[in-house]
Design a protein. Sequence first.
Length: 231
Amino acid sequence: MDIIYILLDYSFLPVYTLTLVLSLMRFPKYFDTPLRFFPIIICYTLITELLGFIIRTFDEYDFFFNEIYNNYNTPIYNVYNVVFCLYFFYVFRAYIESDEIKNRIEYASILFVGITLANPLLQDFLTQPQFYSYICGALLLLYCVFEYFRQNRRMVGVYFQNRDLLSWIGLGMAIFYTLYIPIKIIKHVSLITSVEQAMLVRRITLSLIILMYGCYCLGLIRMYRMRYQKN
């Protein structure tokens, strides 16, 4: 295990902590908007990763009494994915002005909930990542980002606004999910057959996480006061 892998493997703590600190420092700039829960989501992310790391690393901490399932932290991430997706569906829908697109996001969110509820019939919720729920949520988030950028283009002439926090959040999500969805599919169909391949995939995944949260941090640093007007 080389030094780069070690640094990446332990990078989540400083990256999430920095994002949380910046989100709290900039909170007065968006406290009265749908993004006001953003620090809570980042804190939840940090806690989830810490719990996942502890359960994965220490045998005495796990959800199961059967030793066969020691080190299973899957339920934590399954629940986290649902909360994360539903929150950002709500945020992007709030900032979209088109009623038609708002309705699409709402119906797609209902579909996401339905797939999330049905997924445990195909995969054990406690021991397996909920693949179909994850892919559905990721694709819907990409759609929300696409529509938000398209709205920016229509209203201000550019897809990406450098001083807009939600533009930076959207950019981070677009980078992460566009590149990670194929990885998720490859992992699901078990095309990773060696330790070296698994390590490479983990390095790429951790790098994508750093890029996404790096975008969040840049957005928090550069942002102007967020504006929000209920339609």
